[in-house]
Design a protein around this ligand. Structure first.
Ligand code: DGL
Length: 277
């Protein structure tokens, strides 16, 4: 389950964390990072013009991830989060990364139950499930992979009240019952946007949100240099910034402000293909 975050001691003024998703799925992570690391500026990138990533070929999504990485390198962030499981499973290997990076495969590892906990359902997009990357990364767990692409089309708009959602959740509950899994990893960041509806529909299943793991991983990277930042104690030079690549059905700045208390001071539309030239 998603944990509440208490603000960290001290300030990380002048530091910036990039958060990347195809759409709104990274907003809860951005909010959690901002609230546990006061003074950190968020640079949020939504590849809204090319979403959804779930049904697209892995090689295509891998190219988008490289472009996002170059974008964040240009932004000068201290660390960036690939707040998208579909992108994380095709991300460059750790030793090939240009900027310190947290991905959701690593984050999943931080929220897993003990291997004695029995079968663990893995919920995600087609891309995430077909890749097999998460079960291969944690081979000691007894995985039951379940793609939920139709449910995610609603989750990625934060739309738990869509008429189709109760039926899709009922079907998922049946699948989970049949599998015998008592734990389910939410391996798509968009689930967090409809988490209350999932909790209601799936009683008896422990829903494990890697959001917690992603935020802890960011803190592990940022913490060692915090003392340096505090001694210079420069005020935050910029607020939170949003970059999008095209239309998104949700008003992202309004959702960020009203649901997550995250105020973007600027919103720009960018062309990520330009990072290749
Ligand atoms: N938030 C992305 C994930 O975690 C969503 C993918 C999509 O755009 O289909 O996989």
């Amino acid at each position: 389950m998603t944990a509440e975050y208490t603000p960290a001691e001290g300030s990380f003024r002048g530091r910036a964390v990039g958060v990347f998703d195809a759409g709104i799925g990274g907003l809860p992570i951005a909010r959690a990072v901002a609230s546990c690391l006061p003074g950190v500026a968020i640079s949020y990138l939504a590849d809204s013009g090319r979403r959804p990533y779930g049904p697209q070929p892995g090689a295509t999504v891998a190219r988008y991830v490289r472009q996002a990485e170059r974008f964040f390198a240009g932004q000068g962030v201290d660390v960036w989060v690939i707040a998208c499981n579909t992108a994380s499973v095709v991300a460059p290997a750790t030793d090939e990364r240009l900027v310190p990076c947290v991905d959701m495969v690593e984050a999943v590892g931080r929220v897993l139950p003990p291997t004695t906990a029995g079968r663990v359902a893995l919920l995600g997009t087609t891309g995430t499930i077909v890749s097999g990357v998460i079960p291969r990364g944690y081979p000691d767990h007894d995985w039951v992979p379940i793609p939920t692409e139709a449910l995610l089309r609603h989750a990625e708009q934060g739309d738990a009240s869509a008429p189709a959602v109760p039926g899709l959740l009922l079907r998922l509950r049946d699948e989970l019952d049949e599998s015998g899994a008592k734990h389910a990893v939410l391996a798509c960041t968009d689930y967090t946007c409809i988490l209350p509806a999932m909790v209601d529909a799936l009683p008896g299943i422990a829903l494990l949100d890697p959001l917690d793991g992603a935020v802890r991983a960011v803190r592990d990277i940022i913490r060692p240099t915090a003392t340096d930042a505090m001694t210079t104690a420069a005020p935050a030079s910029r607020g939170h910034e949003l970059a999008v690549t095209g239309h998104h059905p949700v008003d992202i700045p309004a959702l960020a402000r009203e649901t997550y208390g995250l105020e973007f001071t600027t919103t720009v539309t960018i062309n990520l293909d330009r990072t290749e030239s």
